[in-house]
Design a protein around this ligand. Structure first.
Ligand code: ASP
Length: 438
């Protein structure tokens, strides 16, 4: 049995948290590989080490040194090492790191040092080997993870290693430069290591006991999600759930490795299990698994009779949008209609008008209409496909509350129903769906 454990920023924030991490690791000898984040916030107004390291980079660009910002990083690590009482010459390591940040003049390099230092400290404290992520994780020239190369490297380099701590968040490209994932990317590293070593379980240790059915800022004390499939989580994370980096699922999914979201500070809580479809145990009480949403979308609604008989109709619309370099969120369609849902963020500065005019010229629609300030809300659930009446239940509940639905898109997997409502109905809509099903 092999488990890969990733510990997030709050689990690495200070000596007490690290002691807690140690007791978790020591409670189970199959927890052989540990991936760590940089020290995060110790309290609400604290600053994450990663943010301070980005400041170091800014200082280097501005002043040619990063004495100011790096002194915060320095203090934090010295304090952790001192409080833990580990025999590690952290001062020399920090001196060298500061020099390298100045020499490298790279934001990615600077940011990566939080995980690097965190892993050196954790390895010394746990008595595990330190294995640098730069020797395992490889990015291509576009900054994308080279998954196969990385997987081979992890498998071969860790084959004969009993226990190791590996820094999360970064790797290097084929030119030898350090590159990072996007923020929160240590979750991806953990998943990569789990796949590479063929782990039986990937434990992602954080400061909450797993996913909640919906946002606790909208619904009071929502229930936790005990079990969710990779695909369901994709539908939810895409809409903004924030516990796990949205890309972290892919390596584990490839290796069919379940992911358990666990709480470092409440290790007895079961957390959320993320499993492949064939390991999902259907719970007759749960029709839906989760509800997630996001505000501020724009819908371009296009109508044309016999559109379905016109070769290349949708392609021509999508090409116009592609030409503007804009990502498409959804394309719900009917026999004579198609809507394109776009994130409003991307449409600033008059782009929207130009784009609509170009679509008009290209496909000569009967009618084209723009709806702004739309929220998308996804109701996701494995149980929905097997049960009749789910959609009726959802729409009846919304109708009773007087919520006007502006768009419906049921994914072809029957795993989710996405609806578009006015931004002003967003919170009410989520509360209504929660009440209707949970
Ligand atoms: N330390 C990085 C961040 O704050 C990466 C991570 O923690 O996963 O985004």
């Amino acid at each position: 049995m092999i488990k890969v454990c990733k510990f997030g920023g709050t689990s690495m924030a200070d000596a007490n948290a690290l002691r807690q991490v140690k007791s978790i690791i020591e409670a189970d000898s199959s927890r052989r590989f540990v991936v760590v984040s940089a020290p995060g916030k110790r309290h609400k107004n604290d600053i994450k080490i990663t943010d301070t390291l980005y400041r170091c980079y800014d200082e280097v660009v501005e002043l040619g040194n990063c004495k100011n910002a790096f002194s915060i990083v320095r203090e934090r690590f010295i304090e952790i090492v001192k409080d833990l009482g580990i025999d590690l010459d952290i001062k020399s390591i920090l001196d060298k790191t500061e020099e390298e940040i100045v020499l490298n003049k790279s934001a990615d390099f600077a940011a990566s040092r939080g995980e690097y230092l965190s892993a050196i400290v954790a390895a010394a404290f746990l008595g595990f080997e330190f294995v640098d992520a730069a020797s395992l994780v490889r990015f291509d020239s576009q900054g994308k993870l080279n998954a196969d190369y990385t997987n081979d490297k992890v498998a071969s380099k860790l084959a004969n290693v009993k226990n190791a701590v590996i820094p999360g968040f970064y790797g290097k490209n084929f030119e030898g430069q350090i590159k990072t994932f996007s923020r929160g990317g240590s979750d991806i590293t953990g998943s990569i290591i789990a796949r590479g070593v063929g782990a039986d379980l990937y434990e992602n240790w954080t400061d909450v006991s797993g996913f909640l059915i919906c946002d606790p800022r909208i619904v009071d004390d929502p229930k936790a999600i005990k079990q969710i499939t990779y695909k369901e989580l994709r539908e939810l994370s895409y809409m903004g759930a924030s516990v796990l980096h949205s890309e972290a699922i892919f390596p584990a999914m490839k290796g069919k490795i379940p992911i358990n979201i666990k709480n470092t500070f409440k290790p007895e809580d079961a957390g959320t299990m993320i499993v492949p479809n064939d390991r999902y145990e259907l719970d007759p009480d749960n029709v839906i698994t989760g509800i997630a949403g996001k505000k501020n979308f724009t819908v371009i609604y296009i109508e044309k009779s016999l559109m379905n008989a016109e070769v290349g109709f949708v392609r021509r619309i999508l090409s116009v949008i592609e030409h503007y370099g804009i990502c498409i969120e959804h394309v719900p369609s009917g026999i004579d209609t198609v809507s394109v849902v776009l994130s409003s963020e991307e449409l600033k500065g008059g782009i929207l008008n130009d784009m609509v005019n170009e679509i008009r010229e290209n496909v000569n629609p009967d009618f084209i209409h723009v709806i702004e300030n739309i929220s998308l809300i996804a109701t996701v659930g494995h149980g929905m496909a097997r049960r009749t009446g789910t959609a009726a239940r959802l729409f009846t509940a919304l109708a009773k509350e007087g919520i006007n639905i502006k768009m419906i898109d049921q994914g072809s997997s029957e795993l989710n129903i996405i609806i578009g409502v006015a931004n002003s109905d967003y919170e009410k809509c989520i509360r209504t769906i929660y009440k209707a099903f949970v």
